[in-house]
Design a protein around this ligand. Structure first.
Ligand SMILES: [Zn+2]
Length: 256
């Protein structure tokens, strides 16, 4: 069920029996020479809407612009400042509670949003308004991601490339996959951009000249379909689990 396609009486029926919603969030930011700037919000929306179709839970419209100042050196990257993003997401989520939603899954596909969504979830829980949690698609299926790709990459790498090849193949510049790999940073690990334990970079361009990481030529639409199916299954399972919890049990514990 997609909120923006429903009429208010239809939504009233939903709120009578259910109190859970998926809220998809992504970004609009550079994803290298081969992927569209909408990569993250396309992934988040596709997963959230598929999970909503399969489970019957409600999916809201997508928040398309997130916290992405670390990609600003590349043409077209859009972002909002972190405090504005947190307040906007909090307000939007609180408004859902007015209709009876008391648990939300932030279906997220942009790493830069994570800490802010965690903070918003904490505020909503501390005020006992609702229970909202952040879910990042690739973190739900780490073994499969490792198994499918030799050289991964958290940004614009083969896993995101494969997902877009599956979701929106017309938006992948297939003839630039080698350029993406050769002009970026292929090998990436926890030591990258660190000195004596300190993280020394702030922006993507500090580590990668074309903005992306990993080996994009390792991506295929078939791998993308596997990722998409596995992540959707995790998301549906998470929603079923969350819907089954007692609201009180999701709220903060009393002080000892
Ligand atoms: Zn991305």
């Amino acid at each position: 069920m997609y909120l923006a396609d429903e009429s208010w009486p239809e939504l009233g029926s939903y709120f009578e029996s259910q109190s859970l919603a998926f809220v998809p969030l992504g970004s609009t930011e550079q994803h290298g020479p081969h992927l569209p700037e909408g990569t993250d919000h396309l992934i988040a929306e596709a997963l959230a809407r598929e999970a909503a179709d399969r489970s019957g839970y409600l999916c809201t419209p997508t928040i398309n612009v997130g916290v992405s100042p670390h990609h600003r050196q590349f043409h077209g990257t859009m972002w909002v400042d972190a405090p504005v993003f947190r307040d906007y997401v909090e307000s939007l989520t609180r408004n859902l509670s007015y209709h009876g939603i008391d648990r939300v899954i932030y279906v997220n596909a942009h790493g830069g949003n994570v800490e802010h969504l965690r903070e918003v979830g904490r505020r909503l829980r501390d005020s006992e308004t609702m229970y909202a949690i952040e879910w990042m698609w690739n973190e739900s299926i780490p073994e499969l991601v490792d198994e499918l790709f030799d050289v991964n990459g958290p940004h614009g790498g083969p896993k995101e490339t494969a997902m877009i090849q599956h979701i929106a193949p017309e938006l992948v510049r297939e003839d630039r996959l080698e350029d993406a790999r050769d002009g970026g940073l292929v090998e990436w690990d926890q030591e990258t951009g660190r000195q004596y334990g300190a993280r020394t970079f702030y922006d993507a361009i500090d580590n990668t000249a074309n903005g992306v990481l990993g080996d994009q030529t390792d991506a295929t639409a078939e791998k993308g379909e596997q990722l998409f199916e596995a992540a959707t299954e995790q998301l549906v399972n998470l929603a079923d689990w969350l819907a089954a919890q007692e609201f009180e049990a999701l709220m903060p514990n009393e002080h000892v």
